[in-house]
Design a protein around this ligand. Structure first.
Ligand code: ZN
Ligand code: ZN
Length: 240
């Protein structure tokens, strides 16, 4: 498109920060503004190599967190951009509970920008999302996990599989439950419908928030049982 038309369009429809709405005309980007980005905390090293929890200490080696010393995870690694705090809570709740599906694009882009020396998107054969029960899907109208997974899939041209893993049991919202209750609530909630498509594959399961890990653990368990080679988790944020 010619620069004249581009300038004209930008004059009438200036790009705005997807998070705070500030006018970004002239920056040429539709990324969140620098002020919003500075309000989001990102995990850095040292962190737990298993669940990705950042320790916020100035220096030191990566080491297992107390949770991973006592938990038996079936996924190989879980990674989150940062803690579920501040602006991240606000943005995710607008996206998930207030129907701001347009936020899938900038949030998915942030996920696709995730960088870690021991984690590469090219390792994965398939991108999966955490399925919602049809009843919940009908209430909400969209699956936030699938919208994010689709963005990651597009960014790396890795096929998206939203059919193999299915939710067969309607469960109470995990947000209302304690840690042990969450595990119990989610047990038996998922099933793999199509073993062939995931058999022998390395899967990246994308979700919005890692809370206790009960949901992604249950998904990982059934996916591995159905023949997946490896399951890794990527979420926007995790409860710390
Ligand atoms: Zn902003
Ligand atoms: Zn850990």
């Amino acid at each position: 498109m010619g620069s004249f038309w581009h300038a004209l369009i930008e004059f009438f429809f200036p790009p705005r920060c997807p998070f705070c709405g500030i006018n970004l005309a002239g920056s040429g980007a539709s990324r969140p503004c620098s002020s919003c980005l500075s309000e989001i905390k990102f995990f850095a090293h040292p962190r737990c190599p298993r669940c990705g929890l950042g320790f916020y200490t100035v220096s030191g080696e990566d080491h297992l967190c107390s949770g991973c010393l006592s938990e038996e995870w079936d996924f190989a690694r879980a990674r989150s951009l940062g803690p579920y705090e501040g602006l991240m809570i606000e943005i995710i709740s607008r996206f998930k509970f207030k129907g701001a599906t347009r936020l899938a694009k900038p949030l998915g882009a942030l996920l696709a920008e995730y960088k870690d020396p021991d984690f590469s998107f090219s390792e994965f054969d398939l991108i999966l999302s955490v399925p919602l029960h049809p009843k919940r899907l009908k209430q909400r109208g969209f699956n936030q996990s699938l919208l994010l997974a689709r963005r990651v899939s597009q960014a790396f041209s890795i096929p998206l599989d939203f059919k193999s893993l299915q939710r067969i049991r309607h469960t109470l919202p995990q947000t209302e439950l304690s840690g042990p209750e969450r595990k119990k609530n989610i047990r038996g909630a998922f099933e793999v419908k199509e073993n062939r498509s995931i058999s022998g594959k390395r899967l990246l399961l994308v979700d919005d928030v890692f809370t206790t890990g009960a949901t992604v653990q249950e998904c990982s368990k059934v996916l591995l049982k159905a023949g997946a080679k490896q399951v890794d988790i990527l979420t926007l944020a995790r409860v710390v």
